[in-house]
Design a protein around this ligand. Structure first.
Ligand code: FMN
Length: 240
C-alpha cells in the first residue's frame, strides 16, 4: 500500500516540478534567430530578443567596422558600462527561470556586442542557474564567446558542451540541437526526472524538509513516518 501511495506521490511531485527555461538571443543576419525558432519547437521555453537601441546600423559595412569598434571598446574596458552599446529595455524577470540558454552570434571571435550589454547588466542575476550557450559563427572557433559568457555570468552553472553551429550549418540546426539537448542532459536538468520506474525500483536518498539526510540509497521507504520529504535532493513527495 505504502509503495502505491509512494508512486502516486511521485507522480504528484513530478507534476508540480516547475523548472522554466528562458532563451536570450541577439541576431543581426537571422542565423541565430532561425536556430532559436527551431529550439523553441523542441523545448518549452520563453524567448527574449535583445535589440540594439540604435536602429539601422550596418555592422558588416567596411569590413565589419562598427561591430569591430564595439567589440574593441568592450575589450579595452570590460568593467565600464559605457563600453557597451545601448540596447532596448528588456522586460523579463530572471527569478522565474532555472535554465537560461544564451544564443549568440560571434563577432571578431567574441560574443556579439549587444548581447554582451544585456549580460553586463543582468548576468549576475543568473548566478546558480543552468546556463546553456549556443554560438553561430562563419568559421571562427567559439572559445572567446565562452569566455565572455563566463566573465559576464559569474556564478552561472554552465552546461557542457556549448553548441557551435556554423552559419553554413544553420539549416541543420534541428538535428544539431536535438543531439545537443541530449549531450547536456536537458531533460533531466529541467524536470529532475530520469526514469520514474527506475527510481522506484532502484534506490533513493531521503531528506527531511530541513535538509537532514534520513535515508541513504535506500531501497525501501517502509520505515518512513507520514510526512513530506525531499527525495534525491530535488523532488518533493508526500508519504502518508
Ligand atoms: C560584426 C561582425 C563580426 C563578425 N566576425 C566574425 C569572425 O570573427 N569570425 C567568424 O567566423 N564570423 C564572424 N562573423 C559572422 C557571424 O558570426 C555569422 O555570420 C553568424 O552566423 C551571424 O549570426 P546572425 O545571423 O544571427 O547575426 C561576424 C559578423 C559580424 C556582423
Amino acid at each position: 500500500m505504502k509503495r502505491i501511495i509512494f508512486i502516486l506521490a511521485m507522480i504528484i511531485g513530478c507534476l508540480t516540478i516547475n523548472a522554466k527555461t528562458l532563451i536570450v538571443y541577439y541576431s543581426y543576419t537571422n542565423n541565430v534567430e532561425k536556430i532559436v525558432n527551431e529550439l523553441s519547437r523542441q523545448i518549452e521555453a520563453e524567448v527574449v530578443e535583445i535589440e540594439p537601441a540604435e536602429k539601422g546600423l550596418d555592422y558588416a559595412a567596411n569590413n565589419y567596422a562598427i561591430g569591430s569598434a564595439q567589440i574593441g571598446a568592450i575589450k579595452n574596458n570590460p568593467d565600464n558600462s559605457s563600453s557597451y552599446p545601448a540596447i532596448d529595455p528588456v522586460n523579463v524577470n530572471l527569478d522565474e527561470y532555472d535554465t537560461i540558454i544564451i544564443a549568440a552570434p560571434l563577432w571578431w571571435s567574441q560574443m556579439a556586442a549587444p548581447l554582451q550589454t544585456y549580460l553586463f547588466h543582468h548576468g549576475k542575476e543568473m548566478a546558480g542557474k543552468n546556463i546553456g550557450l549556443i554560438v553561430s559563427s562563419a568559421s571562427s572557433g567559439i572559445s572567446g564567446v565562452e569566455a565572455d559568457a563566463k566573465r559576464l555570468i559569474p556564478g552561472g552553472h554552465f552546461l557542457s558542451p556549448s553548441l557551435w553551429i556554423r552559419s553554413s550549418q544553420t539549416s541543420n540546426a534541428s538535428s544539431m540541437l536535438e543531439s545537443w539537448l541530449k549531450d547536456i542532459d536537458y531533460e533531466r536538468i529541467t524536470t529532475g526526472i530520469e526514469d520514474i520506474g527506475k527510481d522506484v525500483a532502484a534506490c533513493f536518498t531521503v531528506y527531511s524538509l530541513s535538509g537532514r539526510q534520513l535515508m541513504y540509497k535506500s531501497k525501501s521507504i517502509d520505515s518512513l513516518q507520514a510526512g513530506i520529504y525531499i527525495i534525491n535532493g530535488n523532488k518533493t513527495y508526500i508519504s502518508r
